[in-house]
Design a protein around this ligand. Structure first.
Ligand SMILES: [Mn+2]
Length: 285
């Protein structure tokens, strides 16, 4: 059993739920604005205050059961953080659950996705995070996608991007990443919608900075020119019916979210993803 702090009270015990959230309170490689380690607490504070109805799915989510396994053991060592997340995700997957990893910086996806190597990886993010190295680190929030693709050979669909370096673009192109930028949301919706018919599992990684900073100011690396919260929820809902095997919601930085709008968006997105994962494939509205 992975080591975690005691769960909070908002949801049923992990015992009965198919989707189980795990807090990954790490941000030690953050290069700009720290604070993502406080993300899990902020999402937990927002969750019970959200209305449990989804206009995107056209259904009430009141019967949705999401377990909460608490937060993983704290560490400032990035490789340990990735390992802790991988252990938790693997254990949940092996017991037939859908892990919902709540970050924490985006690096946690490196561990969260590993049990699902071979699944289609849908990443919603302003950034590619495919540098080979940054500030002397080979495993960081800005390089983890490259490490992931090197070790897992994932089929990646990248949505909402708008901040790329030449190095990253060249790596992405040579590795067959499907890129739908912040200007290509309609095409992205079609691609995500098509995953309902995919045979393999789908893992979804949501970096909240994919939304415009006007809608999600509380992130580590805000990047103007992103989608609205409404557009984000609509895009996520295009995954309804896809075989979602796991997902994460990352980069929420509560110190930069004084009004709480970013944590509200994070909680809403988490509920939507959990509802679709809980319904499973073939449940399209
Ligand atoms: Mn990002």
């Amino acid at each position: 059993m992975f080591r975690a702090r005691p769960p909070t009270e908002w949801s049923p015990a992990p015992g009965s739920a198919r989707v189980v959230m795990v807090g990954a309170p790490y941000d030690s490689t953050q290069s700009f604005r720290p604070g993502a380690r406080l993300g899990p607490s902020a999402i937990r504070a927002a969750l019970p205050n959200m209305e449990f109805y989804s206009i995107e799915l056209g259904m009430s989510l009141e019967s949705l059961s999401v377990g909460d396994a608490g937060d993983l053991e704290p560490t400032s060592d990035v490789l340990s953080a990735v390992k802790f997340v991988e252990e938790a995700a693997r254990e949940l997957a092996e017991s037939g659950r859908v892990p919902a990893i709540v970050g924490g910086e985006h690096t946690v996806t490196l561990g969260a996705y590993r049990p699902f190597c071979g699944s289609t990886l849908v990443v919603l993010d302003a950034h590619l995070d495919m540098r080979d190295e940054i500030y002397g680190l080979r495993t960081s929030h800005a390089t983890f996608m490259r490490r992931l693709m090197e070790s897992c050979g994932a089929r990646v669909i990248h949505v909402g991007g708008r901040a790329f370096s030449e190095e990253e673009l060249s790596f992405a192109r040579s590795h067959g990443v499907s890129i739908y930028t912040a200007r290509d949301l309609e095409a992205a919706e079609g691609a995500l919608s098509g995953l309902a018919d995919s045979g393999s599992g789908v893992y979804v990684s949501l970096d909240l900075d994919v939304a415009d900073p006007a809608f999600a100011p509380g992130v580590g690396n805000p990047e103007p020119g992103g989608m609205s919260s409404s557009e984000l929820l609509r895009l996520l809902a295009a995954l309804d019916g896809a075989p979602i095997v796991g997902f994460d919601v990352v980069e929420l930085s509560p110190p930069y979210d004084p009004s709480g709008i970013t944590s509200a968006l994070a909680a809403k997105a988490l509920l939507l993803l959990a509802a679709m994962a809980d319904r499973g494939p073939g449940a399209r509205r």
